[in-house]
Unconditional design. Structure first.
Length: 157
């Protein structure tokens, strides 16, 4: 077998392997998008969520990102994230975590009733930090998604 025939044979085998590996995905993509859940027929996208009749609480923030701008190393800066519960149940913040030990949070640990407003205070300590800072605050709560993320940024000089 010459070099050209060998090369063609290998290409042919790779093409067959590619088709064989792709086949299950093609079948899955063309399958019926109807499924069973708890004995009830559900139609629609897999990403759609079934909302119970009693509903959930829901955040409505005035902002979800706070930019401190340019700050000096060692400076401690503070901001508030104000929100309202626009859902249909009391909002309970179970925990709030930060992506870094340089960021601290405070919030009222009581349920936020339907229609009530509250806030989360975030404090960023830039000691020992330089350059662009991007910190994520994750709220664990009883909303439909179960979490909410807020972001603070700063440029430390």
């Amino acid at each position: 077998m010459n070099k050209k025939t060998h090369s063609q044979t290998i290409k042919f085998l790779y093409n067959i392997l590619f088709v064989v590996m792709l086949f299950p995905f093609l079948i899955q993509c063309t399958s019926n998008k109807t499924g069973k859940f708890d004995g009830k027929l559900i139609e629609g996208k897999a990403s759609e969520k079934i909302i119970p009749p009693n509903g959930f609480p829901k955040f409505e923030f005035t902002k979800e990102i706070h930019k401190f701008g340019v700050i000096s190393e060692g400076e401690i800066v503070v901001c508030d994230f104000f929100f309202k519960n626009i859902g249909s149940k009391d909002l309970v913040i179970k925990n709030v975590e930060t992506s870094c030990g340089c960021t601290a949070v405070k919030w009222e640990r009581k349920p936020v009733k339907i229609g009530e407003e509250s806030h989360i205070t975030v404090e960023f300590n830039s000691e020992g930090r330089y350059g662009k800072q991007y910190k994520v605050i994750t709220i664990f709560c009883n909303t439909l998604s179960g979490t909410k993320e807020l972001v603070i940024t700063a440029q430390v000089k």
